[in-house]
Design a protein around this ligand. Structure first.
Ligand code: FE2
Ligand code: FE2
Length: 437
């Protein structure tokens, strides 16, 4: 194989503006939403323009959740943008995911919402025929997975993990596994390098996501064990709207890497430029979305997206704490708490410069930071030190949770799992790094 450059974009959640994205109902819905909606079409256009102008990479991979909720008009609008990329000389390979069909599509008009035409899963093959399927050398009709030789000696295994039922969603079933094994063997026999793209992360992006049902592929351990045995050592994923680069070493010492990329239209709003060199060094570079056609109120695109995510987290915490009686009283107290008063409650000394910060602001800041990757909250970081001390105080409760609540044999030290979820461990940066396959 020759060295290869390409772009990786995911979770574009394109929304056709003419469907309506304003009014009371829209504002209410957006309070609890991490990503943008009215802005999405303009974000996609701005990013695709950047990619079209880069003559250094002529391949674009898109890892699913192409539209907001499968609105037919959103698919049409998005596909128009894909054709512009193609006209600029780019080859585009997509997979679709659960937000691309039958997912309560609606528009927001006249202070309410209106149902709009959706898309069935069986229509997706035709709709995206020119963006992967037509180039595929092998195609699995049942799952909509395919293999395409995207460059001489390099094969993309585009896996669709939708599953055949709600219960199976986000998993690679036995039949699909057999199909993948066959394709991997064929790639080896043909002396081709093969890597994969899958919507769901295969390795949980942060350790705590192993406990969250929909945050990773259901049968992720099986897949991470066998893929490297079959010669597939690298996968690009999305779905969790998070930046992460993780390594998994299987029982035979073989390595497997998952590069998960954030949604294009929500904080931190990244996409990736990848270089796979002849010697199989994979250079991963993360790019911020450029300025797009919207009134950002004087903020940079990144600040604008972070602000939305931050207020969404606060809104959700406040909603969880609202109600009547003790819950409402507790909510009021927590809303007023600063790090100083929290420290006093837990017998933890809080550094002077942090004492005035509000507890809920810090909680939202940590949430935003987890999704941006390279989380700083570990030893040596003042807030990281506070989290470490706080977890020590809660040790007895955490031990009870470990035994009674967690049904996962692989998690034996929940405090450590929590710490590694807020403080990035390991040698690979979640944003810019080099992997040797
Ligand atoms: Fe998504
Ligand atoms: Fe998704």
């Amino acid at each position: 194989m020759k060295s290869l450059n390409f772009y990786l974009v995911t979770d574009t959640h394109y929304f056709e503006p003419s469907l309506g994205a304003s009014g009371k109902e829209y504002d209410e819905y957006m309070k609890g939403e991490q990503m943008c909606l009215a802005e999405n079409a303009n974000i996609v256009k701005a990013v695709f323009r950047e990619i079209a102008n880069d003559s250094d990479a002529d391949i674009v991979l898109i890892a699913g959740d192409l539209t907001k909720n499968g609105e037919k008009e959103s698919h049409k609008g998005f596909i128009k943008e894909l054709y512009k990329l193609r006209d600029a000389g780019k080859k585009v390979y997509v997979i679709t995911a659960r937000h691309d069909f039958n997912d309560s599509p609606r528009g927001y008009k006249n202070d309410g919402f209106v149902p709009v035409e959706g898309t069935s899963r069986s229509e997706l093959y035709e709709l995206y025929h020119d963006f992967g399927y037509s180039d595929a050398t092998l195609f699995d009709e049942k799952s909509l997975s395919y293999v395409a030789e995207i460059s001489k000696g390099v094969r993309l295994l585009a896996i669709n993990c939708d599953g055949q039922s709600e219960k199976e969603k986000g998993s690679i079933d036995e039949n699909l596994m057999k199909w993948i094994e066959k394709q991997a063997k064929k790639a080896k026999d043909d002396n081709c390098f093969m890597f994969a793209m899958n919507h769901y992360p295969i390795i949980p992006s942060v350790p705590i996501f192993d406990l969250v049902g929909d945050a990773k592929l259901k049968n992720w351990r099986t897949v991470a064990e066998v893929f490297p045995e079959w010669g597939i050592n690298l996968v690009f994923t999305g779905h969790m709207h998070i930046q992460s680069v993780n390594e998994y070493i299987n029982k035979n010492g073989k390595k497997f890497y998952d590069v998960c990329t954030s949604a294009l239209v929500g904080s931190p709003g990244k996409y990736r430029k990848i270089e796979i060199a002849e010697d199989r060094h994979v250079k991963i570079e993360s790019k911020d979305i450029p300025s797009f056609d919207w009134d950002l109120g004087g903020l940079s695109p990144r600040e604008y997206l972070d602000k939305r995510f931050h207020s969404m987290i606060q809104y959700k915490i406040n909603r969880a704490l609202s109600g009547k009686g003790i819950k409402a009283a507790a909510g009021k107290v927590i809303n007023k708490m600063t790090l100083k008063s929290t420290g006093r409650l837990l017998f933890i000394k809080v550094p002077k410069e942090l004492q005035g910060e509000k507890l809920l602001d810090v909680a939202a800041e940590i949430g935003v930071s987890i999704f941006a990757g390279d989380m700083p909250y570990k030893e040596g970081n003042p807030k990281g030190e506070l989290i470490i001390k706080g977890l020590k105080r809660f040790k007895p409760i955490i031990k009870i949770a470990e035994k009674r609540i967690i049904k996962n044999d692989n998690i034996t030290d929940l405090a450590d799992v929590l710490l590694r979820s807020v403080g990035k461990a390991g040698e690979f940066s979640d944003n810019d790094t080099i992997i040797k396959l």
